[in-house]
Structure formats: C-alpha cells, structure tokens
Design a protein around this ligand. Structure first.
Ligand code: COA
Length: 165
C-alpha cells in the first residue's frame, strides 16, 4: 500500500544548507514522514563523502521527529517504490531551477506515473543559497554562518583544511 503521508526529499546535500532545512521543516508540517534521501551523486564528484553528507543531514534535522535520513544510489522512482512513497519533494528557488526540475519530474512521471513530484518554493532569504556557492565562499575565508548550521560550518572548515594539506 502506498503511503500518502510519506514524502521523499532527494538531493546531493553537499552539504545541507539552511535552504534545504527550511524546505524540510515546512514539509514536516504537512506530512507525517519526511525521508531525506541523500544521493550518492558520484557524477557530481561531491566534496563531502556520502557518510559525511548523511551525518550532517541527520545532525541538522535531529530535532524534527518526522524526519529520517537515508542514502540511495538507485533511480529515485525505484526508491519511492521501495519505500512505498507516492510523493517526491523538490525545492524551487529561482526561475532558473524550473527547467531542470520540470525535466526531472517529467522523466520520473513518465517512468513511474504513480509517483508525483511536488514543489515548495524557497523562502526569500534562502532563494539564492546553493551548496557549491557556500563551499566556494568558505574556501576563500568568507562568512557562511547565515547559510549553514554551525555543525556544518565546522565540518566544512575541517574538510577544507584536510583538502589543502
Ligand atoms: N536550498 C538551498 N540549495 C538548494 C535548494 C534549497 N532549497 N534546492 C536545491 N539546492 C541546490 C543544491 O545545494 C545544489 O547546489 P549545487 O549544485 O550548487 O551544489 C543544487 O541546488 C541542486 O542540487 P540538489 O538539490 O542536491 O539536487 P541534485 O540536482 O544534486 O540532485 C537528484 C538531483 C539526486 C534528485 C537526481 O539526480 C536524482 O534523482 N538522482 C537519482 C538517479 C535518478 O533517478 N536519475 C533519473 C532522474 S530523471
């Protein structure tokens, strides 16, 4: 039986930002279960390892009981079927997200017509955040405290130091 109260929020989360956690907490107000699905995304050659991305997502969402964090490296619609979830959630920040998101949800719907994608638009203060810009800013010593959780900041600093050595 498909679970109508469960929603999957997939992404690379490299790392999770306040933009992501804002979407997650808003989804948790609407659904009984929000599954944050961290994609392996090996094609993107993520900066953080999959384990680190999962740990940080867990840390940031630990106070929201409806949220669980899992990893996946299969087709998103297959994951939805495995979890008996009917709905995929994506965040929309700017018009520029729209084209890719329509493509992604369209392809997914074509392969699995029983799965729907819904969108939450990012709130104004998070409309321009992206993980790669946060990493870039941090790598040149910029203050990223308004974009990411303090625990994520520490992890980012440590990882940048490690990669510099
Ligand atoms: N706040 C802040 N940043 C946000 C955001 C928000 N609300 N929403 C998206 N972003 C940013 C991310 O930080 C990321 O930034 P970056 O590229 O600068 O690092 C960017 O938007 C997009 O990343 P993300 O949301 O993580 O999505 P993604 O495009 O990396 O992930 C998957 C896409 C994982 C959902 C998709 O590749 C997938 O489904 N993969 C599984 C395989 C599959 O089924 N493929 C077929 C699809 S048809």
């Amino acid at each position: 039986m498909m679970n109508k109260n469960k929603i999957i929020y997939p992404g690379t989360f490299d790392p999770i930002t306040y933009g992501h956690s804002n979407i997650i907490s808003r989804a948790a107000n609407l659904f009984d279960e929000v599954v944050v699905a961290v994609a392996e995304s090996s094609k993107k050659q993520p900066f953080f390892s999959l384990e680190q991305r999962i740990n940080l997502a867990q840390e940031v969402t630990k106070n929201i009981p409806q949220v669980s964090v899992i990893k996946f490296d299969c087709m998103l619609v297959d994951l939805a079927h495995q979890l008996n979830a009917k709905i995929i959630l994506r965040g929309l920040r700017a018009v520029s997200d729209f084209e890719y998101e329509v493509q992604l949800s369209g392809m997914n719907h074509q392969i699995a017509p029983d799965i729907e994608t819904i969108f939450i638009s990012a709130s104004q203060e998070h409309a321009f955040v992206s993980s790669s810009l946060v990493r870039e800013m941090a790598s040149i010593g910029g203050d990223v405290s308004q974009f990411i959780d303090p625990k994520v900041q520490i992890a980012l600093k440590q990882e940048l130091l490690k990669k510099k050595c």
